[in-house]
Write a protein that binds this ligand. Structure first.
Ligand SMILES: Nc1ncnc2c1ncn2[C@@H]1O[C@H](COP(=O)(O)OP(=O)(O)OP(=O)(O)O)[C@@H](O)[C@H]1O
Length: 654
């Protein structure tokens, strides 16, 4: 049976304790953004030029007001008007160029980061996936990276450019009038203080919202995945209520976010307005005293108006920056995870393994198991001879699945060693180890791909080769594996072995999926085949056929089989009894039956389970038959009612 995962943590894993400044946290994106940075800088230059041009327009206006308007000479109006028009067009062109420069690089950076994340998720050990909710990973891969892309192409560029524009704008304001500029600056000071406080508050809410989005994605993923169970137990409404609760939490957080943004927005609009009003009063007084020309006053306000958008935009640009900071932290929480199951620095290779598999004093405890709980395995020693088939038997929860997972390094032993042909499996590369030891699980996961690709998943040597001889060999291996797994049903699928089996093979029955998963393990042609109850969903007749075919494979391959049925036990040359974390007896089925009371107890409980399962299958079949008869009767009745109400016309239309 598959490894039982512990209940997922209620929320996402806590953020890294080390808290970097926002700038340093965001700088971590740089290695991914490096190739695209020239384009982003080009976008910044274009945006900056657009900003400078916008600030130059008041210059022309001042010359217009103090020149032709003051002197009443209309000949000067046209050059000034044309200059404003040309500057306006140039500004529009540079804004368009900014968009052009930054649009594509952002998508490249997003794709690069997403590929990196995917590779890391593939590389990280099963223990990591035990701890993390799938929705949290999904939201990092999709919405967080989306946020980062939008910020890089838009928020980052505008934040820098608008910041520079504001600085240049203030210099220009000061150049028009020192006193008015100073007044404008002093009145704006509360804005910078508010901006700082905003960061403290908003960053926390932004992080909370993104974690809650991840929780929500987990809830959707789980309910879609478990839709059959929810429907069968009529728990759809219950699950909806739970989902609505989580959605409500996220809604409340989003409202907090909106309130925080509204707060800074309020000050960003109010303070420039107050500054405008005060400067107007001061400006008129200065103009009346002759210290400022009307044209200069006009240009001062035109410049201050140009600065309004950059100042107002700082609010949402800061919000976007803090959202992106949270997204970046979340991304690097996964990227910073250290993979504990890695390839050795100096790997050993086994050319042609014979398949001797040895567990030597193996102790294992799950990382997330409570400290006071004893290890699942506590000194397991077992040796499988080359070509031998060993059944692993024990009560539920005794650690059978765990033992099989150690043989393929899905987890690493806590103490002791697992050896293949005398070589510690940690001294082999993972790629080589998985070539030598293949596994089939009870929970047969198939990928959204053709039957062929699913079955030949473990044979890249054949499927990724350009050699026609390999292609022919792939066909032979495929046919043989399907034959052994009694999976000839694939030939009656619409496109035979080229039929795409749906998401996780949902379009196939449990037994059909298991047969394909078994075919996949057989096709890998390993020296050791580890089977974790892979025949549980087969009916008795098919199971007997698969077992007969498997015997042929197992005659030359070492097999470690977790047995949940007495019939599986009988396939094995020897049986190992797992009890309280140790192998307490090894022998043939009949030897153990004769001498071991605990073994007799386990076997009799397996028989009871098998009987109950057979009864369940029979009951389901009967129910399906009754349901079919009931549907036929309803259909017949519906046809009678239809034809009675439609009359001959209705019949004809049908
Ligand atoms: N990822 C995990 N983290 C923590 N504990 C785990 C994890 N997976 C399994 N366990 C615990 O380890 C013990 C052994 O589980 P395992 O699945 O190996 O048993 P099993 O013998 O295969 O059971 P079954 O016959 O029911 O399939 C159980 O107590 C289980 O709760």
């Amino acid at each position: 049976m598959s490894t039982t995962a512990p209940p997922p943590p209620a929320a996402a894993p806590a953020p890294a304790p080390l808290r970097l400044s926002t700038a340093r946290a965001l700088a971590r994106i740089l290695p991914y953004a490096k190739p695209a940075m020239p384009w982003i800088y080009a976008g910044m230059v274009a945006a900056l030029l657009a900003g400078v041009i916008a600030l130059a327009i008041p210059l022309v206006l001042q010359s217009l007001v103090d020149g032709p308007l003051a002197t009443g000479d209309p000949s000067q109006i046209w050059p000034a008007a044309i200059a404003v028009l040309v500057l306006g067009i140039l500004e529009a062109v540079f804004i368009a160029l900014r968009r052009f420069f930054v649009l594509t690089p952002g998508t490249h950076i997003e794709a690069r980061m997403r590929n990196g994340l995917y590779a890391q998720l593939q590389d990280l050990p099963v223990a990591f996936h035990d701890r993390w909710q799938s929705g949290q990973l999904l939201s990092r891969a999709v919405s967080d990276l989306n946020l980062i892309r939008r910020w890089l192409s838009f928020g980052f560029v505008l934040l820098i450019v608008n910041g520079i524009t504001i600085v240049i704008g203030f210099v220009v304001l000061f150049s028009w009038s020192l006193w008015l500029g100073l007044l404008f600056f002093v009145v704006s000071v509360p804005l910078w203080i508010y901006g700082y406080l905003f960061e403290q508050k908003y960053s926390v809410i932004a992080r909370r919202a993104q974690d809650q989005q991840g929780d929500l994605a987990t809830a959707v993923e789980e309910s879609v995945h478990g839709i059959r169970v929810l429907k069968a137990f009529g728990r759809g409404t219950h699950s909806l209520l739970k989902f609505a609760e989580q959605a409500e939490l996220l809604r409340a957080t989003e409202i907090d976010k909106a309130k925080a943004i509204a707060g800074i927005w309020f000050w960003l609009v109010l303070i420039p307005d107050v500054a405008f009003a005060l400067c107007l009063l001061g400006g008129v007084a200065l103009a009346a005293n002759g210290e400022l020309s009307v044209g200069e006053l006009f240009a001062f306000f035109a410049t201050a108006t140009v600065l309004r958008f950059p100042i107002e935009s700082i609010g949402f640009l800061l919000a976007m920056t803090y959202d992106t900071r949270a997204a970046t932290d979340r991304f690097f929480e996964v990227m910073d995870e250290v993979n504990t199951i890695t390839d050795p620095a100096a790997p050993v290779s086994i050319e042609a393994p014979t398949g001797r598999l040895t567990f030597e004093n193996v102790v294992f405890r799950y990382q997330d198991a409570p400290a006071d709980q004893p290890g699942v395995l506590d000194g397991v020693t077992l040796e499988l001879e080359p070509g031998e088939t060993m059944a692993l038997v024990g009560v539920t929860g005794s650690g059978k699945t765990t033992m099989t997972a150690l043989a393929t390094r899905l987890y690493d032993v806590t103490e002791g060693r697992v050896l293949l042909d005398g070589v510690d499996i940690r001294d082999l590369t993972r790629e080589e180890l998985r070539r030598h030891i293949a596994m089939a699980f009870e929970d047969a996961t198939l990928f959204s791909a053709s039957v062929r690709d699913n079955v030949l998943l473990g044979r890249p040597d054949l499927t990724e080769s350009d050699d026609p001889a390999d292609a022919a060999e792939a066909e032979r291996v495929l046919a043989e594996a399907l034959d052994i797994a009694q999976a000839d049903f694939v030939h009656s699928l619409p496109d035979g072995v080229d039929t795409t089996v749906g998401e996780e093979g949902l379009s196939l029955s449990g037994g059909q999926r298991q047969r394909l998963a078994l075919a996949r393990a057989v096709a890998a042609n390993p020296a050791v085949l580890v089977l974790d109850d892979p025949l549980s969903a087969l009916d008795v007749d098919t199971e007997a056929l698969v077992e007969a075919a498997l015997r042929r494979v197992l005659a030359t391959t070492t097999g470690l089989i977790v047995a949940h049925r007495p019939s599986t036990v009988q396939m094995a040359d020897r049986v190992a009894l797992l009890q309280e974390g140790r192998i307490t007896d090894v022998g043939t089925h009949s030897e153990l039956l004769k001498r071991n009371e605990h073994y007799r107890y386990v076997i009799s409980s397996l028989e009871d389970e098998e009987l109950a399962a057979a009864e369940r299958v029979e009951r389901d079949l009967k129910l399906a038959e009754q349901e079919g008869r009931r549907r036929d009767a309803i259909d017949r009745e519906a046809r009678v009612i239809d034809s009675a109400s439609d009359g001959p016309r209705g019949e004809a239309a049908r």
